[in-house]
Structures are given as structure tokens and as C-alpha cells.
Write a protein that binds this ligand. Structure first.
Ligand code: AMP
Ligand code: ZN
Length: 115
């Protein structure tokens, strides 16, 4: 599996940094964002290192499909009943801070802290 030793999300996937996990399977990990924008704010990441959505190609289609298809199930399981937002910040102008592909999934009653 591809990992980057300097990548914080690879370290979370490897269990080297703690995270508040809500889901794990063979390919994906989901944990709560440490600075939530919304009452429920989780990050869906592939366990293997992919730097950004800008790096994604046809070989990642199934992985992206799994990430997206997991969102409604996560929100249901976390008690979100009135809609949610999915965001993938990509590259410098996209506001990406952590260069390991991740999908923000946010929900819960408004107002939110951000977003
Ligand atoms: P961005 O790259 O802009 O999509 O944002 C990265 C997100 O990762 C931010 O919302 C951070 O709060 C979150 N984050 C960074 N480090 C951690 C961590 N160790 N555990 C959980 N969330 C994190
Ligand atoms: Zn990584």
C-alpha cells in the first residue's frame, strides 16, 4: 500500500496518530475532523496515499465511488437527518491544507461554525 512517511493522514491510517474513528474498512477510513465546521464533520480518506483529487485518474474511479457512496450511510449512522455537505478541497487555490485525498462530509442543525 502506498504511504508517505511525512503525511499526517497516512499516520492516522497506520495508527501512529490517534483519531476519533467512525468507520474503517479495507480501503477507507473515516474520522472526525479536529476543527469541525458543523455539528457533525467527518473526513473520509483512502488508506493508501493519494495526494489530491488533482492526482486522481481512471484507476481511482472505484475508490471515489466508494468514498461518495459511504457518505449517506455515515450521516444516517451519525444521526444527520436534514441534509449534508460534501467538500473536496483541491490544490492551493482550492484551499487544500492536507495533501492526502480526503472528503469532508458535514451535517447537523445550522448555524454552523463555518461553511
Ligand atoms: P483541507 O486540506 O483544507 O481540506 O483541510 C484539512 C482538514 O483536516 C481540516 O479541516 C483539519 O481540521 C483536518 N485535520 C488536520 N489534521 C487532523 C487530524 N490530525 N485529525 C483530524 N482532522 C485533522
Ligand atoms: Zn498520506
Amino acid at each position: 500500500m502506498s504511504t508517505d512517511p511525512n503525511c499526517v493522514f497516512c499516520k492516522i491510517a497506520a495508527g501512529q496518530i490517534p483519531a476519533n474513528k467512525v468507520h474503517e474498512d479495507d480501503e477507507l477510513l473515516v474520522f472526525h475532523d479536529i476543527h469541525p465546521w458543523a455539528p457533525v464533520h467527518v473526513l473520509v480518506i483512502p488508506k493508501r496515499h493519494v495526494a489530491s483529487l488533482a492526482e486522481v485518474g481512471p484507476e481511482h474511479e472505484a475508490l471515489l465511488g466508494r468514498m461518495m457512496a459511504l457518505a449517506p450511510r455515515l450521516m444516517r449512522d451519525l444521526g444527520v437527518t436534514n441534509g449534508f455537505r460534501v467538500v473536496v478541497n483541491t490544490g492551493p487555490d482550492g484551499g487544500q491544507e492536507v495533501y492526502h485525498l480526503h472528503m469532508h462530509v458535514m451535517g447537523g442543525p445550522r448555524p454552523w461554525a463555518r461553511g
